[in-house]
Design a protein around this ligand. Structure first.
Ligand code: PCA
Length: 213
């Protein structure tokens, strides 16, 4: 049996839930093909431990593909991240109280890594399933970007494809009326389709996912 590793994060910033993990955990054990299944695991929201935890999971599970997910508090859709950048700049402390400002994720590493997932094909498939999705041009500068960068750094040059998806908050987390949210059921449905599409499309499609600014 081949494994697709799907991670979500523990809650952070005084939240009690993190929709990325709530959704990922519901997909644990889902079969993508006869001999391929999703294994879902939770990562700590801490600069010091998240990357190490992910590296241990990859060593233990030997996945054929890795998709990490996290909460993007301002996101309104499933955001397929295009790029991870080599910078930590935390607006809030992580769950261990660390708040790095303008440090490198990997000292001497490249400025950025691209996702090796077919992000456009994933957006198309999720939209066709009736769930909002888009390509995102930045994963931020907090723990999600750090994990995404470390993931791409560790798997660069291998055949293991990997990337990151940000998800919106759930309605119960939203305190400001104008803040977007997505019901867990919708999130689970969209994430499942995204993972399936990532697995199915070896080559991405040529469809715009760009932004003017
Ligand atoms: N979101 C944060 C870190 C953990 C999470 O779920 C982020 O976007 O960096």
């Amino acid at each position: 049996m081949q494994t697709v590793l799907l991670t979500g994060f523990e809650p952070f910033d005084q939240d009690l839930i993190n929709p990325s993990w709530e959704a990922a955990r519901q997909l644990d054990g889902v079969q993508l093909a006869e001999d391929v299944q999703i294994v879902a695991r939770r990562l700590p929201c801490a600069f010091a431990t998240a990357g190490e935890c992910l590296a241990e999971l990859i060593a233990e599970l030997r996945p054929v593909m890795v998709i990490a997910t996290g909460l993007g508090p301002g996101r309104s859709d499933l955001s397929m991240e295009r790029v991870a950048i080599n910078v930590n700049d935390a607006r809030i402390p992580d769950n261990l109280g660390a708040q790095p400002v303008d440090t490198a994720v990997v000292v001497g590493g490249p400025a950025a890594y691209f996702s090796t997932l077919p992000i456009k094909a994933m957006v198309k498939a999720v939209r066709e399933a009736g769930v909002a999705a888009s390509v995102s041009q930045t994963a931020g500068t907090f723990v999600c970007n750090q994990v995404f960068y470390l993931l791409q750094h560790s798997l660069a040059g291998t055949a293991i494809r990997s990337g990151f998806i940000h998800v919106p908050p759930m309605p119960e987390q939203v305190t400001v009326a104008a803040q977007p949210s997505m019901a867990l059921e919708t999130l689970v449905k969209g994430l499942r389709v995204a993972v399936q599409a990532a697995w199915g499309a070896q080559v991405d499609i040529a469809q715009t996912g760009g932004q003017v600014s």
